[in-house]
Design a protein around this ligand. Structure first.
Ligand code: FDA
Ligand code: NAP
Length: 428
């Protein structure tokens, strides 16, 4: 596919956030010039994919299906989850199923369905590797395809949405036996299950609990160790009042609040999302361990108040040195160990490259971001650089989540359309 030389918007990364933006741009009324916004998206993966290696069979969504790519912005969008159900002849059955929370596998199919209508705007297998200022109102982006081809495109706006970054404990490296949860199904598929006799999962968040359940059910011969930094899993608060932290209105209250306001959001409500587990998954795991009590067998082990200090690899052997606050040092030999130790928030500096020096930061070294998700830049740069993700410090808890993507993408689309006048005529 040949790329347009100049476009209005380049999106870096094509997960749900920039997919939602592509839809918002398509549905946004064009401005005075009457010309639609020209957008091009780059995605380093070979095809559309949303945390594919965590598409565990029984994992369900953590947002209601109406928090899809478009509905909160445009309830009659043809890209809504309800439209998808209608198009696939499952609307009636979905309602009969009486759940607000589809499986992640179904939601993934919905995202792929929506993507198929905008896929002509996306270059897959193409990683954006550099950005530079071509002129005050034109950014040049350089991308590299999987086959090594290098392409450049210029744009008056860039929307960075490169996603969360897997976090491993300091000093522990990934390999064929030591995995991060983000690569779980890929790594698991490479194994002979009969050789996975002892496996361990580190962490007490949603990823850890789901993987523990999956390994226990998939490997009936295996010993499964859940290594928890806490004394047990804690429940994700999704009750109605707490859930208001994900409302579109909460973004304004967070953004325009004081430092104390923002601190309070995190202090009181990080248990809506971080280091917590859905009630249903907790109960399912407890049911399994209780059943083992009844049968007087034990292959599901919860190692509470414990962290992994070190991993030693010798040939095919993998030894985890654990430090337990209950029983001190423990050595555990495993055939595989999964670190479900969470993620760092999106970090745009690498992809910004030399443009980073034009992006202003606050006293704590964090990017300054306008309410419309546009980075505050030095005066010599008049093009728009927007962030979808990585704005937890300015826009709050929804920054890395799906809850607000329809509204957020609409706000970014609006900002781009409104600022288009006067920035398109610059020659490449
Ligand atoms: P996302 O990470 O999905 O996409 C970013 C894309 O950018 C990736 O495809 C990546 O390959 C690409 N990319 C990175 N660098 C690039 C470069 N230089 N050039 C080109 N492409 C590049 N939230 C929620 O609200 N409800 C939920 O149910 C869940 N469920 C969930 C499950 C699991 C297993 C995880 C780990 C996380 C969630 N989340 C979630 C949170 C999650 O962050 C959110 O669902 C979305 O993935 C956010 O979408 P984005 O498009 O912002 O990032
Ligand atoms: P998370 O919520 O950040 O949990 C990470 C866990 O790892 C925490 O228990 C943390 O403990 C622990 N941990 C971190 N560093 C550690 C270390 N060095 N040693 C031992 N333990 C350590 O990460 P997550 O479970 O991957 O969830 C991330 C996001 O993905 C969340 O938004 C979640 O909702 C989402 N998700 C959704 C689904 C789904 O939709 N079904 C599935 C999986 C994940 P501390 O609390 O002590 O830091």
């Amino acid at each position: 596919m040949s790329l347009p030389e100049n476009v209005d918007v380049v999106g870096v990364g094509f997960g749900p956030s920039n997919l939602s933006l592509a839809i918002a741009l398509e549905e946004h009324p064009v401005n005075g010039s009457g010309e639609p916004i020209a957008a091009r998206f780059f995605e380093r993966l070979p095809a559309f994919s949303w945390h594919r290696h965590m598409l565990l069979p029984s994992a369900t969504m953590q947002v209601a299906f109406l928090k899809d790519l478009a509905t909160f912005r445009n309830p009659v969008s043809r890209f809504s989850f309800v439209s998808y159900l209608h198009a696939t002849n499952r609307l009636v059955q979905f309602v009969n199923n009486k759940s607000f929370f589809p499986t992640r596998q179904e939601f993934h199919k919905y995202l792929e369905w929506a993507e198929s209508s905008v896929s002509d705007q996306v270059s897959y297998g193409t990683e954006v590797t550099a950005m530079r200022l071509r002129s005050p109102d034109r950014i040049e982006l350089v991308s590299r395809s999987a086959t090594g081809g290098v392409q450049a495109v210029t744009a008056s706006n860039v929307v960075i949405s490169t996603g969360l970054v897997p976090r491993m404990p300091a000093g522990i490296e990934r390999d064929d036996r030591v995995w991060h949860s983000s690569e779980f199904l890929d790594q698991y598929a490479r194994q002979d299950p009969s050789e996975l006799k002892t496996v361990a999962v580190v962490g007490a968040g949603q990823s850890a609990a789901e993987i523990t359940r999956f390994l226990y059910d998939s490997l009936p011969h295996a010993q499964v160790y859940a290594i928890l930094p806490s004394y047990g899993y804690s429940v994700a608060d999704d009750t109605p009042f707490a859930n208001q932290v994900f409302d579109p209105a909460a973004v304004d209250e967070y953004y325009f609040g004081t430092d104390q306001t923002r601190d309070a959001f995190w202090r009181y409500h990080s248990n809506t999302n971080y280091s917590v587990v859905d009630d249903e998954v907790i109960r399912e795991l407890y049911r399994r361990t209780y059943h083992e009590d009844v049968l007087n067998v034990r292959r599901l082990h919860f190692v509470n108040l414990t962290k992994v200090e070190e991993i030693k690899r010798t040939g095919n052997e993998t030894r985890a040195s654990l430090k337990s606050l209950l029983s001190g040092a423990i050595d555990l030999d495993v055939d595989a160990i999964v670190f479900a130790t969470g993620y760092h928030s999106m970090e745009p500096a690498r992809v910004l490259g030399e443009l980073d020096q034009h992006c202003l930061r606050d006293e704590a070294g964090r990017y300054r971001v306008e309410r419309d998700y546009r980075l505050v830049t030095t005066p010599e740069l008049s093009c728009g650089i927007y962030l979808q993700g990585g704005t937890e410090h300015t826009h709050g808890l929804t920054s890395s989540l799906l809850s607000n993507i329809a509204i957020r993408s609409g706000e970014i689309a609006e900002s781009i359309v409104n600022s288009r006048a006067g920035v398109r005529a610059v020659a490449y």
